[in-house]
Design a protein around this ligand. Sequence first.
Ligand code: SF4
Ligand SMILES: [Zn+2]
Length: 322
Amino acid sequence: MARSSNEKTQPDLTWPVTVWRSHDLLDGHKVASLTMILRTVGCRWNRCTMCGYASEGAPATADDLVAQFERAMQRSSSEVQMVKIYTSGSFLDPLEMPEKARDEILQRLEALGIKRLVIESRPEYITSERVEMCLSRLETEFAVGLETSNDLIRQHIIRKGVCFADFVAASEVVHGQGGRVKAYLLLKPPFLSEGQAIRDAVSSAKAAGKHADIISLNLCNIQRGTLVERLWERGEYRPPWLWSAGVVLKNISSPVICDPVGAGTRRGPHNCGECDDAIAKAIRSHDLTQDVSIFDSLDCKCKVAWQKVMELEELTFGTPLV
Ligand code: SF4
Ligand SMILES: [Zn+2]
């Protein structure tokens, strides 16, 4: 029978949101990796001002999640050494990823001989017991959304609900048991000028680098249904320039990666439209080489405009100029 047009289509809960193959650095070597995004009930916190993941949530059971994982693994091959499982929330939250599904997934990855698993979790779900559960199966990297080392920005602008000390405590739990920590930093939370955002990301990387094995720089993009989207629609927010991302990456001394999601689009980090592809490509290749000299050879006529914007925005109390 035909569906009525206003009936909400329920996604098939046995299919992951998406899955893709790529390459990552593992102990200094380029290896094949598989990334999957599983559809869970969604993040329990669900309050961060830039995050629109809540719209992806659905009532997936433990069996659904294992089925999603299995379907995603069909895209794998014997070359894949790293698997990244993202849930748009916390893999270690048992309400989101039931223990039964978590343990089955870990067992499967161990049996397949996967070298490294990467998962994401808010710090409050990172307990010794859960960390041990993962590490007893395979090497695991625990990625935590720190966003910034500045508690004021994280609490009042991003509304993350965790403080820097929570991140440090979680990192100590993981490191104490021999696991790896990845810290996500956000380039350009709302209400910060372009220059403030660059300075915040660089100083955050310095502070977080002492407690993390790797930094992942996330360039803020406009997700649907968020406060950031409402500000953007009113001309009160602009995603970061890709030039800014290059400056931040050049000034971080610890290992750092960055996937410029949505680069060159209005909702994503962007420059003038002409140079976006080249800079996004340089950012991606930096992930595998960690060679910052790649940013020195890039140029475009919009670079002067970006520099001028940074100078003038210091005087506009957070209102973007371009
Ligand atoms: S950014 Fe992370 S913690 Fe914040 S609402 Fe989104 S999924 Fe939850
Ligand atoms: Zn340009």
